[in-house]
Design a protein around this ligand. Structure first.
Ligand code: ADP
Length: 394
């Protein structure tokens, strides 16, 4: 019997969606609505063929209504859908696992808005619009933070006044959890051992990037923190900086704290260092010896190597390092430079294997490398579909 699940990932001006059958794990449809709130938006819907249209989407409610009509017109039928899974960025301390949504859950999500002011409001708007458009099926929230609810206090506690931290919910939460969970489970499958026997480092290197240390199937540390700004160098986000930078820059430049926050989120990382945020644009400049590009790649790799070394120390022993997401899956020079630096620690690169391009998981370390290094394409939508199905007992 088929069990189609509609998966929604609502951003402030976009909605990505897929229908995945929880039984066969086949993708029945994919789509993207863009430029919600602008005069002209677009919807691209693929079910067999791709259908594209332009129209105005004043808000998420209208976008969801159009989405339902698009399914009516081009298929597949939404009447068979057994649940809707929603990607929720921040679950705070309250949501430690995938949760079936009711009015009380929505109220609790609203209370979490201060922790994720950019991400949670569009997520809530999407949930409300989808519940109105598809009122007869369960809606389920899948949290980016849930996989990291197992972090030990030593890893999630910031060394600040404990009462203030408690009052405002200030701690490390971690993000991209759906991807880290999916990839680490896949690693166990690939190496043919139970997750409980493996120590794994997952480097999720996309436009946003994070890295996690997973001991016996349980996350014990990760690079993102209270917000998704911490940790690795990203496309437009700085990752780790001196916490004193905010006050210093605000005083020296006259920027408000909101402006400093936006500067670190949108004008930093790769784009801040060399003007491009995509490795496909950066690497040719590195090959041409462009100094800013060379420094950018050096900073990126230095940070990544520091985290891997730190997680090796925390785990004591690493069985597998897995690269995933856009950069991790596709950029062999980033992987090669990272592993070159880690060679003395037992990460031995197979240079030929590293050059293979594929959508399949693959090893890029030599057979006698003490640590197995894998490239494992992530699939957050499939992981969300599994989580959603499990939450409704399908
Ligand atoms: P996100 O989901 O965070 O938006 P992705 O995981 O899709 O990001 O990763 C997007 C990034 O992956 C791009 O910005 C680019 O830097 C990198 N990327 C994608 N394809 C390639 C490629 N063929 N070679 C090198 N880098 C790539």
């Amino acid at each position: 019997m088929s069990k189609p699940i509609l998966l929604l990932n609502c951003g402030s001006s976009s909605i990505k969606y897929q229908v995945i059958d929880a039984e066969t794990e086949e993708v029945a449809a994919t789509g993207l609505i863009q430029r919600i709130g602008e005069e002209v938006g677009t919807i691209d819907h693929t079910h067999g063929e791709k259908h594209s249209a332009e129209r105005e989407f004043p808000d998420h409610r209208v976008a969801l209504q159009v989405l339902v009509r698009t399914f009516d017109e081009y298929g597949p039928s939404l009447s068979d859908v057994v649940a809707v899974g929603h990607r929720c960025v921040h679950g705070g301390e309250r949501f430690r696992e995938t949760t079936v949504i009711d009015d009380e859950v929505i109220a609790a999500l609203r209370e979490l808005i201060p922790l994720a002011p950019l991400h949670n409001p569009p997520g809530i708007a999407g949930i409300e619009a989808a519940r109105a458009a598809l009122p007869d099926v369960p809606h389920v929230a899948v949290f980016d933070t849930a996989f990291f609810s197992t972090l030990p206090p030593a890893a999630y506690t910031y060394a600040i006044d404990a009462a203030v931290a408690k009052q405002y919910g200030i701690r490390k939460y971690g993000f991209h959890g759906t991807s880290h969970a999916y990839v680490s489970a896949k690693v166990a499958e690939i190496v043919g051992k139970p997750a409980s026997e493996l120590n794994i480092i997952v480097a999720h290197l996309g436009n946003g990037a994070s890295i996690s240390a997973i001991k016996g199937g349980v996350a014990v540390d990760t690079s993102m923190g209270l917000t998704p700004l911490a940790g690795l160098v990203m496309g437009t986000r700085s990752g780790d900086v001196d916490p004193g930078l905010h006050a210093y820059l605000a005083k020296q430049s006259g920027m408000s704290l909101d402006e400093v926050d936006s500067f670190l989120n949108k004008k930093s990382g790769l784009i801040g260092l060399c003007g491009v945020n995509d490795f496909r644009d950066l690497l040719p400049q590195v090959d041409a010896g462009e100094p800013a590009a060379v420094l950018t790649l050096d900073v990126y790799v230095h940070r990544l190597v520091s985290y891997i070394g730190s997680y090796l120390a925390i785990l004591g022993r690493v069985d597998v390092l897995a690269f995933t997401a856009g950069v991790g899956e596709n950029s062999d020079p980033v992987r090669a430079r990272t592993l070159k630096a880690l060679e003395p620690l037992g990460f031995i690169l197979d240079e030929q294997a590293n050059l293979v391009r594929s959508r399949e998981p693959r090893a890029i370390s030599t057979p006698d490398s003490p640590v197995t290094v894998l490239v494992v394409p992530t699939n957050e939508e499939l992981a969300m579909a599994r989580e959603t199905a499990a939450a409704i007992g399908a």
